[in-house]
Design a binder for this molecule. Structure first.
Ligand code: PLP
Length: 419
């Protein structure tokens, strides 16, 4: 039997030799040179027995916390009866999930295609928009993140991820986020859709002005383009509303979901659209867009249980309440270090801290890890540390996180001033 230290050494060597050597170095540098062993609620335990308060929440996956017993039980029951679909008969879990989603979705969203990840949900949204509109162009935003498969990467607004794969899918233009005029200027009668996140996640937790989404709605309506909202990260209560677009009183024509939809137990994605869009897209050929594992019973059982838990435990309100507490604590830290911390922003439990200097952000993440709190920066903006803890986080755990962030920032600022 390997002891814990030997296990950690072996796993890191396997990452170096068989998974991704660059990633192995990056993870060690960030202070995560241990191996995860188990997780429950907001706590991740490593092979060496260290316990971490998870304030990253798997980049938005763990809104219900880790291993929520009700979701685990629903998946276990499904596992024991029918884990995967025969793909011939009707499947009750996919039908039940689609109806429940239609009941809570904004506006007239009615039909759902269930897939396995966020990027697949975006691929589905792009294809449905093309089919239903008969047009091929998409307007997206700089700093927007929609995934890394070829279609969704074409929509993602960061050159560092895009350039190595040029030429990408044609017809995508990127305009600055929160700039209504730029969307209006880019719109033409070839435009199938405007694809945006209601709040940019990987772009640095950027909330648009209150009028942005309502104006996009008007521009899309006037031009016949679809408004496609990517709620992969913001959906399922994360921002203190079930869907972030509700903060702005706007309903999309097409919406993508993933991450927290599986309750932190199963991978799942979904794309929803109105009945009119669905009939335009799929009436001639209902098999035009399919996925072998999409809508599998295990993932659907997890998602149904997730919707029940969000409601039964009041997690949307909890995200709003714990988010306010966390934001107030972060504002205090900002007032102590006004030169290092440019801004604290976000909604609910999707919060970002923008640092003036990227190195301070990196050292802060490392300092937090050494003190037992997990965080990470946003993929498209390394100046911003994101905090996305589970909505089941307690008041005391938020206080602890704030204490640790304060200590880590103080340490990082001091380390850099010593250089
Ligand atoms: N869309 C948004 C808004 C995301 O934040 C992400 C992932 O971070 C994706 C799409 C891609 O999701 P996945 O990593 O499951 O493919």
């Amino acid at each position: 039997m390997r002891n814990a230290e030997e296990l950690v050494e072996d796993v890191i060597r396997q990452y170096q030799d068989y998974v991704n050597p660059g990633l192995a170095s990056l993870m060690r540098f960030a202070g995560f040179g241990d191996v995860e062993a188990s997780a429950r609620g907001c706590i991740v335990t490593t092979a060496t027995g260290a316990e971490y308060l998870d304030c990253l929440g798997g980049y938005g996956v763990f809104t219900l916390g880790h291993s929520h017993p009700r979701v685990v039980e629903a998946v276990r029951r499904q596992l024991e009866t029918m884990p995967l679909s025969s793909r011939t008969f009707f499947s009750a879990p996919v039908a039940e999930l689609a109806e429940r989603l239609a009941r809570i979705a904004p506006g007239a969203l009615q039909y759902t295609f269930v897939c396995n990840s966020g990027t697949e949900a975006v691929e589905g949204a792009l294809k449905i928009a093309r089919l239903a509109s008969g047009r091929h162009r998409f307007i997206c935003t700089v700093g927007g993140f929609h995934g890394k498969s070829m279609g969704s990467l074409s929509a993602t607004g960061r050159e560092v991820f895009r350039r190595p794969f040029d030429p990408l899918v044609p017809g995508f233009v990127h305009v600055p986020f929160d700039d209504v005029q730029a969307i209006a200027d880019a719109m033409n009668d070839e435009t199938a859709g405007v694809l945006v996140e209601p709040i940019q996640g990987e772009g640095g937790i950027r909330c648009p002005s209150d009028t942005y989404l309502p104006r996009l709605r008007e521009i899309c309506d006037a031009s016949g383009a679809y408004l496609i909202l990517d709620e992969v990260q913001t959906g399922m209560g994360r921002t203190g509303a079930m869907f972030a677009c509700e903060h702005y009183g706007v309903a999309p024509d097409i919406m993508t979901l993933a991450k927290a939809l599986g309750g932190g137990v199963m991978p799942i994605g979904a794309v929803m659209a109105t009945a009119e869009i669905w009939s335009r897209a799929f009436t001639d050929n209902p098999l035009l867009h399919t996925s072998t594992f999409g809508g599998n019973p295990l993932a659907c059982a997890a998602a149904i249980a997730t919707l029940e838990v969000i409601e039964a435990e009041g997690l949307v309100a909890a995200a709003a309440e714990r988010g306010s507490q966390m934001r107030a604590g972060l504002a205090q830290i900002q007032s102590r270090f006004p030169e290092a911390l440019v801004e604290v922003r976000g909604k609910g439990l999707l919060l970002g801290i923008e640092f003036a200097v990227k190195d301070v952000a990196e050292l802060t993440i490392n300092g937090m890890a050494r003190r037992g709190v997990i965080a990470a920066y946003t993929l498209n903006n390394p100046h911003v540390i994101r905090l996305e803890p589970p909505a089941v986080i307690s008041e005391a755990q938020v206080s602890r996180a704030i204490e640790v962030i304060g200590e880590a920032v103080a340490e990082a600022v001091e380390m850099l001033s010593d250089l």
